[in-house]
Design a protein around this ligand. Structure first.
Ligand code: AGP
Length: 612
């Protein structure tokens, strides 16, 4: 949470930092600020609210200079206000610092610094770092003072600092929060994430944990916290700028919903040969899978939408690969006493690769001797780097807070993994495998057909946009779809309460809430539990609930149970969640739009949850 940017290079320095920040706003947007070295000293501008407030202020009263740091905030310590917004300064206003993370020992550090005469202006944990560097810099050169200050911090940070006494350099460091270096021509960046720099460069260096960087237009010096030099060549990222722009869509979320066929296609690319019945993974993953024992147990950990993908994965891995699977919320897993051993593989699913709870779960798993397989969308992020093997989704940058294409790409990887394991274990006949792989290869086209339901979905959204409570119900593979559909709606439309439930659980409580006109979205595609779902639909109708059904194309009989109907291509039950996803996302999107919600940046949320 929070996006940070640092820049040294050519003018307009402020415009460049603002442009980079605009591509990180998904990380937080309750206030924004910038500090610029103007040749004489450091000037700061901060505004509460979204980045556009800061931009408006800078348009009226411009700042310019040679180096700058900028920040877009998701508040942890201290309410969103100008004085709590970053950058934060030392006492003399001679160094400015932006931070993403939490300094857990800030109270004790602050007490000490106050005792040493430092004056604090904010309620944040971050400001202690500025004063701590100032204190160490009384005795040490800036780079050393920075490293000495870092050694005193507990918690997580990605930091970027500029200082009057060394204005041609940016100083950065990471521990627990992401930070990348972007190397352009005659310019250099530090940023929380790759999309920030894509407009200027695709040459990046990913910082590892506990690494420190000193950066200027003429070079990069990467070290450990102790100052030991670290050699790392820049990588070239394959994403291009269009992936981080709206390209004519009104919202990133809508663009990303419609990118799902290509995201799934890219995720399958070079991995699937349906005609030969083959699934190919990279060498490291193949070696990893070949080490799994016959007693292997899987524990899938993830948060939010990635957890819902994990739940679908649990069903398919048990059904087809006959591997026992627990699926756990990473935030719970890390605080219970999970029974892990050498025959356990923890599968960590994460779009960002930075989610704090999932990362903590990965570390716990490794401490206890389990193996870790990551399913992740962001190359070079923390979780894949700590995992024993990685299956990347190739969804491209996901900017909207509401996850869409990352979810369907995660499902795609889980299909590949499941079928590959089923094949390795001799649990699926060659002809059946080819049949399943052929359907897998057709998923991009089938998702396109699901997306074609948009006009019908828009009409349904108009009909139900004023409702304030929704249930989403499904069974088996589509119980997770129900959770995901409800999460999408409540996430982007905070005026609406939406709840996903296992349809079979309705009678155990929630059905008592159903009233006249209460919309209930039923996931009623053809499946082994279809008739059970139809019975649940009738129970809701008997209580005058409104049944919005998502059913398989060609199912005419279902019409008489439906107040509103959306159809998706008929497919095998295990593939139904990936075809149901787009209509659920579009339904949430259009309801939110009709309610005037801030779809890409819903209040109180941030895309990457890098704090607990
Ligand atoms: C999904 O729409 C949410 N924004 C959120 O639940 C997200 O899926 C969750 O925070 C996990 O993030 P990750 O995939 O980056 O780990």
């Amino acid at each position: 949470m929070c996006g940070i940017v640092g820049y040294v290079g050519k003018p307009p320095v402020v415009g460049t930092v603002l442009d980079a920040l605009s591509r990180l706003e998904y990380r937080g947007y309750d206030s924004a600020g910038i500090a610029v070295f103007n040749g004489r000293g450091i000037e700061v501008r901060k505004r509460v609210g979204k980045l556009k407030e800061l931009i408006a202020s800078l348009n009226t009263q411009p700042l310019e200079g040679q180096a700058a740091v900028g920040h877009t905030r998701w508040a942890t310590h201290g309410e969103p206000s100008e004085r709590n917004a970053h950058p934060h300064l030392d006492c003399r206003g001679e160094l400015a610092l932006v931070h993403n993370g939490i300094v857990e020992n800030y109270a004790e550090l602050k007490a000490r610094l106050l005792g040493q005469g430092h004056r604090f202006r904010s309620q944040t944990d971050t400001e202690v770092i500025a004063h701590l560097v100032e204190e160490h810099a009384k005795r040490l050169p800036l780079a050393e003072a920075f490293r000495s200050a870092l050694k005193e911090l507990r918690g997580s940070y990605a930091l970027c600092l500029i200082a009057k006494r060394d204005p041609t350099h940016l100083h950065g460091a990471r521990a627990g929060s992401p930070l990348i270096v972007g190397l352009g021509r005659g310019e250099a960046f530090l940023a929380s994430d790759v999309p920030a720099v894509l407009a200027r460069t695709r040459r990046v260096i990913y910082l590892n944990e506990q690494e420190v960087v000193e950066l200027s237009t003429s070079g990069v010096k990467l070290t450990t916290l102790n100052g030991t030099p670290v050699a790392r060549k820049p990588s070239t990222v394959s994403w291009d700028l269009s992936a981080a722009q709206k390209e004519g869509y009104d919202h990133f979320m809508l663009k990303e919903i419609f990118e799902q066929p290509s995201a799934v296609e890219r995720t399958l690319y070079n991995r699937l040969d349906a005609a030969k019945g083959q699934i190919a993974f990279d060498h490291r993953t193949r070696a990893f899978l070949s080490r799994l024992s016959s007693r292997e147990k899987f524990v899938i950990i993830a948060c939010g939408t990635a957890y819902h993908a994990g739940l679908v994965g649990g069903y398919m891995l048990e059904e087809l690969a006959k591997i026992p699977v627990d699926v756990d919320l990473a935030s719970e897993f890390r605080y219970r006493a999970p029974m892990l051993d050498r025959d356990t593989t923890v599968i960590a699913i994460t779009q960002s690769g930075e989610t704090a709870d999932t990362l903590a779960g990965v570390r716990l798993a490794k401490e206890q001797g389990a193996k870790v397989l990551a399913i992740c969308n962001v190359m070079g992020s923390s979780i894949p780097r700590e995992a024993d093997a990685v299956l990347y989704t190739h969804a491209g940058p996901e900017i909207a807070v509401a996850s869409t294409k990352a979810y369907t790409s995660q499902l795609t990887v889980l299909y590949l993994l499941t079928l590959s394991l089923a094949k390795r274990r001799g649990l699926v006949k060659p002809a059946r495998l080819r049949e399943l792989l052929t359907t897998l290869g057709r998923l991009p086209r089938l998702i396109e057909r699901s997306l074609a339901a948009e006009p019908a979905i828009k009409r349904i959204a108009r009909r139900y946009a004023r409702a304030r409570n929704f249930y989403y119900l499904g069974r088996r593979y589509n119980f997770p779809s129900a959770l995901e559909g409800a999460l999408k709606l409540k996430e982007i439309c905070p005026r609406i309460h939406a709840e996903g439930y296992a349809a079979g659980e309705m009678k155990h409580g929630p059905i008592s809430l159903i009233r006249n006109g209460w919309p209930v979205v039923f996931l009623a595609t053809d499946s082994t539990v279809y008739e059970k779902v139809v019975s649940n639909i009738e129970e809701v109708r008997a209580r005058k609930g409104e049944c919005l059904l998502i059913a398989s194309e060609g199912n005419r009989a279902i019409r008489r149970h439906a107040d509103a109907l959306i159809t998706v291509p008929k497919t095998e039950e295990l593939f139904s969640p990936i075809l149901i996803a787009a209509p659920l996302q579009l339904l949430a999107y259009h309801i939110a739009r009709l309610n005037g919600c801030d779809i890409d940046q819903p209040p109180n949320l941030a895309k990457s949850v890098t704090v607990e």
